[in-house]
Design a binder for this molecule. Sequence first.
Ligand code: PMP
Length: 336
Amino acid sequence: MITNIPRKDAIELIGNTPLVLLQAASEAAGCEIYGKCEFANPGASVKDRAALGIIRDAEASGELTPGGTIVEGTAGNTGIGIALVANALGYKTMIVMPDNQSKEKMDTLRALGAELVLVPPTKFSDCNHFVHTSRRLADETVGAIWANQFDNTANRKVHIETTAAEIWDQLEGRVDGFTCAAGTGGTIAGVGLGLKERDENVQIALTDPHGAALYSYYAEGELKSEGTSVAEGIGQGRITGNLEGAPIDTQFRISDEEGLQWVERLLREEGMCLGLSSGINVAGAVALGKQLVANGREDARVVTILCDTGFRYLSTLYNAEWLASKGLPVFGWLER
Ligand code: PMP
């Protein structure tokens, strides 16, 4: 439960995030759209939960022992979450990432104390791909575990136990729809399963960016991608361990342009600076809300995830030159 009681340590700052009624999105949908403020976690993203869930699970199984090392192949929010949780619990962090990732990400991970291993970018089928390299390094390092966020279902379990339970409590047991995009799929599958446990009528929708294969999988049963996206952290091409059995009722495909419009409105009209996956999620929530309203549910309540802070994307999403170089619309105030 959300509480003002002092937390006993920084680990307890993870989760119990606020839920906010999104004004412009609610108006656009004709029903209530809520955002779960995952950017309010200590690592400023939804991935702090997965990091903590995976680490706690490895401790409970006895695989992770005091002073051990957590190894993961990730360039982004998961690495940041792991590094913070590992520091708080006395573990070491080793992150393997392709050397074409942004300097900010490398600097952030180094600043948090993670050991960075840079590898050349390559295809997933190549044994030197950063994910395979991270698994190998975990095998070769004494006292290390491989976090394996894509297929390790401790990831979605933490969303069943915390994110879904919090949303249910925060809306006092009346939720009609939930939607978000998938990276590992831990959030959509975990929140979906957790909400369905409480009320099987809650509509769970996958919101997919272009370039990902899940929209066509849930719509037509075939993994097939179309177009591209610059959104980070989302867009999946396979059914990960975390996505297996996810209770998806319906699906939406959202373009970067549409997601960016919501990033712009959330900042300009509501004062929240967010990343593109949040904008894409809000676009999906508006689509789901409209669908529920069209089915006679003017009182519908839809929830989505505000995944991470926009401060992580100052040189990309919030940079006029970068946006223009990608052929994307530039926020008006950046051109002044
Ligand atoms: N948005 C961002 C910015 C992320 O980093 C991630 C994590 N990959 C997601 C959304 C998707 O979360 P999940 O891995 O739980 O599907």
